[in-house]
Each structure stands twice: as structure tokens, then as C-alpha cells.
Design a protein around this ligand. Sequence first.
Ligand code: PLP
Length: 409
Amino acid sequence: MTTDLPSPPPATLHDPFAPLIAQPADALLGLIALHRADPRPGKTDLGVGVFRDDAGRTPVMRAVKSAEARLAETQDSKSYLGAEGDAAYTEALAAIIFGAHRATGRLTGVQTPGGTGALRLGAELLARANPAARVWIGTPTWPNHGPIFAEAGLEVRSHRFFDPATGAIDFAAMVDDLAEARAGDVLLLHGCCHNPTGISFMPDEWRAIADLCAARGLTPFIDLAYQGLGDGLADDAAATRMTFGTLPTALLAYSCDKNFGLYRDRVGALWVQSAGTATASLVRSNILTLARSLWSMPPDHGAAIVRIILESEALRTEWEAELDTMRARLNALRQAIAAADSRLAPIAGQRGMFAMLPLSSSAIAALREDHGIYMAPNGRINIAGLRTDTIPAFAAALLPHLDTAGEAR
Ligand SMILES: Cc1ncc(COP(=O)(O)O)c(C=O)c1O
């Protein structure tokens, strides 16, 4: 049987899509394709933000495999759960994030498709509550942050916080820039393991940020996408706990996609803390109607896996041990990179999967072309893309280019 394609429409037909403007291709996805097409055996992918083991793989965690087997055996229905998703998942997750002390009556949480879904749902809620709110985001940040808030209709403003020359925090610059923030504005913060810089605020800086939010009427929106991959589950949640414990209102976007290795299963959650219980129920009803129009209900599989792991003592112990191994690998690689040259020393004190190297765009291109080393266009590297035995070659390729730091990127 032949299937003839319909003939093209007459040229005079109105095309409703003609006004669209072509969008730039995603730089990281382009990098995946380039890396895949590179035939050199020693090529190194430091671009994509997924954890890799020492063999370069991103395996399914053992605790996840066991939970999946348990789910397949015991799940007797795939009927709808509702816009809030799996409430037992959200509850089990809240315990590892917020600990024992939660403003239960004022804190409301729902399951979302990944951390991205949580950020977008929070952005839609903020835009609905106060369309004039501006969202302050430190530069550099995860490239999706700005578009998520802008697409929800909110104005996005940038502030400084990081000095690329020293690889350290410039807190005074952050406070200076935030002098322009108005009451009702939102301050986006990475809860731990900053993407792309790997730097963390010190506890006293977090307290100063909370004081600033309280004094100026700003709402903190914490993005916690790497809990357990920095200093440990409790330590990585410390800033979130302090912020929620200190301030009447705050939002948290959470991702289980890195710390449970569930990337494509899209597992996240959003929590919103309100000043009072009446507002909390307003918030919840608005979150649920927004979620209903965005995705109706979040995908269940990954969240069910996380719930099964967190509700089983044995699986939770296994997951925590695997997470400890992942974190130890990242931190050992950090030490080894830092030991290669004093200019790389700040990397040892940074945390999480990423670091940002002060490289010009021509240096980034040369590393790719001459050495098969692939990294994001802003000089971000995924630490987990390295191996202890590849670090000397990586450092040898990199060091001549570090002298070009300061050139335009
Ligand atoms: C800082 C940050 N927030 C949120 C996310 C989103 O994670 P998810 O894949 O769960 O949407 C990422 C993913 O890379 C991230 O780096």
C-alpha cells in the first residue's frame, strides 16, 4: 500500500505559525550531539549535568531497582491520583528536607514533574498572587531559571554574587544589587550545590539573606535540586530549614532527579509556606488549579519509587549509602582537580556536580577541538564527567588556557 503525502497547501493560505521567531538551539543538547559524533576514544563529556560513576556510566541506583521490582509486584491500579500527586511521597520527602520541625498548618506541598515543574508551578502561583513581583536571580545560574519565571509573566532581574576571578562569593556586591529590590519581590536561591559555580553561602551569609528578606519584604524561593550531593542530606538542607524556620513565607522547588538518579522519570515537589493557615489553604487551592491546567497530574512512577525507598528502612539505608558513595566520588574528584594547580584550588571547597572554569570561548573551543574535552559554553564542567585517572591529562590540556582567564567569554 502506498501512502501519498497530501499536496502542499496553496501559497496564499494563511499560516498561523508564520509569526513565530526561530529560537536558539539548546547549547547543552547541541554539545551531546557533537560529543556523540566525535570518534576519538579518549573524548571527555563534561557538559551534560548527570552523575557518572568512575566507568562513565549513569546507572540506575540499586535502591531504585529494588523499589521498582516491589512496585511492579504490588501496584494493583494505575488509576488517577489527582493534581497533588502522591501525597505519601510528598510527606516522606518533607521529612528528609525539613526535618522534624515544620510549620505544618502553614506549609503546603504537592508533587510536580521534576524540579522544573516545581519552579514553574511556583512561578505561576507568584505571578497570580502578585503580577508586579520581580524575581531576583544571581548570575550565573542554571540557564533555565530565567525563562521559567519569564514565561510565567514575571520580570526577571539579575544580581551579582560570584566573583569569577577568585571563584568566591562577592556578598557585598549581592547586597548592593539587591538594594533595588522592592517589597513583594522574590529572591531565587540555590539551596546547595550551586549550578554552575559549586559555591555555597556560609551559614552567616544565609542568615544575612534571611534578615534582608525579612527587612525588605522579599520572598525567598529556594531551588534544592542536589540534596545529599554536597555535604550530606541534613547539611544540604540546613539553609532551607533555617530560611523556612526564620521567615513567615518561603517557597521550595525540589528535585529527586539527581539524588535518586531518576532524571527521565521527572520527580519533584513544590512547597509553599504562608504566613497564616487561611492563606495556606488559599495557596493550596490555587496551586492545585494551576497544576490542573499545566499538567493535570504529575507522572506517578518515579514518585512511587521515592516513596517506597523512603518508607522502607532497608531501601532507605541502601539509597543513603549509594548517595554517600556518589558524594564521596564528587568530593574526591574535586580534591584531585584542585591539587593539579593552585588556580584550580577553589574547586576543592566547592560542592555538587559543577564548577565553572574561567575560560574564554576560544579556549573552550580549543579544548574541544584539540583534546576532545566537551564543556558548556560558559565554562561549566560536570565534575562527575572526570575520572581520577583522566585528571592529569585534563589538567595538562586545561592549564595553558587558564592564563587566558579574563578574556571575553
Ligand atoms: C539548579 C537546578 N534546578 C532545577 C533543576 C531541574 O531538575 P529536574 O530535572 O528535576 O527538572 C536542575 C537540573 O539540572 C538544576 O540544575
